[in-house]
Write a protein that binds this ligand. Structure first.
Ligand code: SF4
Length: 284
């Protein structure tokens, strides 16, 4: 099970995205997947390159559209483990509409956001997760907008698995990706992934000083949505670990009559026109 390929990433030395690539490769091997059993769909941005750096099925989609593509792949072939990945701009700006609906739809897949609080590929503009007052080329006097809190958004929109990690914690991130790929429903992991070239505020040291590990909080209960929302809010979104998991809600596909046994890839479409029509109508 070797998820490595010969392509050398062209991320800047020290970029947090290297650890996310390594964590995905380790996690999918640890849960026993073969390369042909995984599909990795990415959006646009420095992070979007990841689909070319892992030895598996890969699809480098257009900006902000990794989630509709990934959900379509999973709907067509439920035998595949599907991971979508992209950056904070990809997921929370141009792709935000898809992100909200994916949270509530609960298709059985994993979404990993490589959140560096800036647009790296276009050389350093303020992104949706940049903090109030953050100075970049696009906000030279400091951002006057409040930042998006990805995990609070996921909790509010109905995601059934919400976690947050940090590129510097390879072991913890690998474990969360293992749990996410085995969760029966939509699993979201926001990963703080420092952009060492353009974000000189949210650095490795900054995260080490500001992140709180949920494992260190006494009696934290990741099955209690109210507790999750309160604790995340109290820490200004800066927590690490499994924030919330709801195993009771069925995933999207299992609620469609006739779909549980076969995805579209294996369906006899002529014989199942009715099922296909219903599926298409539900997914539009
Ligand atoms: Fe990573 Fe930033 Fe370099 Fe892009 S510009 S590869 S996000 S360090």
């Amino acid at each position: 099970k070797d998820f490595r390929n010969d392509v050398k990433p062209n991320w800047c030395p020290g970029c947090g995205d290297f650890s996310i690539q390594a964590a995905i490769q380790r996690a999918v091997a640890n849960v026993g997947l073969e390369p042909e059993e995984l599909a990795l769909i990415s959006g646009i941005g420095c992070s979007g390159r990841i689909s070319g750096y892992i030895n598996t099925y890969g699809f480098h989609g257009v900006h902000g559209r990794s989630l509709p593509i990934a959900q379509g792949v999973k709907m067509a072939n439920r035998e595949l483990t599907v991971i979508a990945s992209g950056g904070d701009g990809d997921g929370f700006a141009i792709g935000m509409g898809h992100t909200i609906h994916a949270f509530k739809r609960n298709v059985d897949m994993t979404y990993i956001v490589m959140d560096n609080q800036i647009y790296g590929l276009t050389k350093g503009q303020t992104s949706p997760t940049s903090a109030l007052g953050f100075k970049t080329k696009s906000t030279p006097k400091g951002s006057i907008e409040k930042s998006v809190s990805p995990v609070e958004l996921a909790l509010t929109a109905g995601a059934t698995f919400v976690a947050q990690s940090f590129s510097n914690d390879l072991k913890g991130l690998t474990s969360l990706i293992e749990q996410a790929t085995q969760h029966k429903g939509f699993a979201f992991i926001n990963v703080f992934s420092p952009c060492v070239t353009f974000n000189k505020v949210n650095t490795y040291d900054w995260f080490k000083q500001n992140l709180t590990k949920l494992d260190d909080l006494e009696d934290y209960d990741a099955t209690d949505l109210d507790v999750a929302k309160r604790v995340v809010h109290e820490h200004n979104g800066l927590v690490m670990g499994l924030i919330y998991q709801d195993d009771s809600r069925p995933d999207y596909q299992s609620q469609i009559d006739g779909y549980a046994e076969n995805g579209l890839t294996f369906a006899d479409l002529e014989m199942n026109e009715e099922t296909f029509g219903k599926l298409a109508a539900e997914f539009m």
